[in-house]
Design a protein around this ligand. Structure first.
Ligand code: FES
Length: 200
């Protein structure tokens, strides 16, 4: 009986010892230690900081223009457009740096800058065409190259017309004209330039 009591005491002592012992080598404890937790917090803070810094750089790097400022959108009044005709002289929008050309084909916003070396060409009514004073390049009122050293027709800006029925139409990728009949409002995007067609 005494021997049995001693044995049970040894077993109980051994069990208590095993329970208090450190885990065997190679066996990981479950859960996160205080050090790991701090690492996670630090990593998350760093990621958040980098994301915010990247967003700020993109925000300041992207150009932003207000309406009515070159590089932004210009609204044109439909009733102030030149009459749609082959012979109607284009009208200069100085602030937007484009000529409004409204021919029988439709409306175009032609860049004011010559496609040769960047001079500002003029409309010459007596010849019914644009002529560049620098080296003599000439273009029709549709912006099409006629002669001179310019390598291509006039560049143009994309425009969108909203019609009386609520529909809209925008300049195509080629920079073609947009019909102006029944136009209600026009917006010219001077931030979107379409290069004129090359020739020869
Ligand atoms: S800059 Fe216009 S023709 Fe040369």
């Amino acid at each position: 009986m005494a021997s049995s009591t001693v044995s049970r005491g040894k077993v109980a002592a051994a069990t208590t010892k095993d329970a208090n012992a450190a885990p065997a080598s190679g066996v990981q404890e479950k859960g996160v230690t205080r050090r790991e937790f701090l690492y996670y917090i630090w990593g998350a803070s760093l990621a958040l900081f980098l994301a915010e810094a990247g967003g700020a750089v993109v925000w300041f790097a992207l150009p932003r223009f207000r309406a009515g400022e070159f590089g932004g959108a210009f609204g044109l009044a439909a009733d102030a457009l030149p009459k749609a005709s082959v012979t109607t002289p284009p009208v200069l929008n100085s602030a937007g740096k484009f000529w409004v050309s409204n021919t029988d084909e439709g409306l175009r916003a032609l860049s004011q800058v010559c496609t040769h070396l960047g001079c500002l060409f003029k409309w010459v009514p007596s010849n019914n065409r644009f002529e560049c004073p620098c080296h003599g390049s000439k273009f029709t009122n549709k912006g099409v190259y006629i002669e001179g050293p310019a390598p291509r027709s006039l560049d143009r800006f994309a425009l969108t017309i909203t019609y009386a029925d609520g529909s809209t139409k925008t300049t195509d990728a080629e920079g073609g004209p947009v019909p102006s009949a029944n136009a209600k409002s026009i917006s010219v995007d001077t931030g979107k330039k379409i290069l004129g067609k090359t020739h020869g």
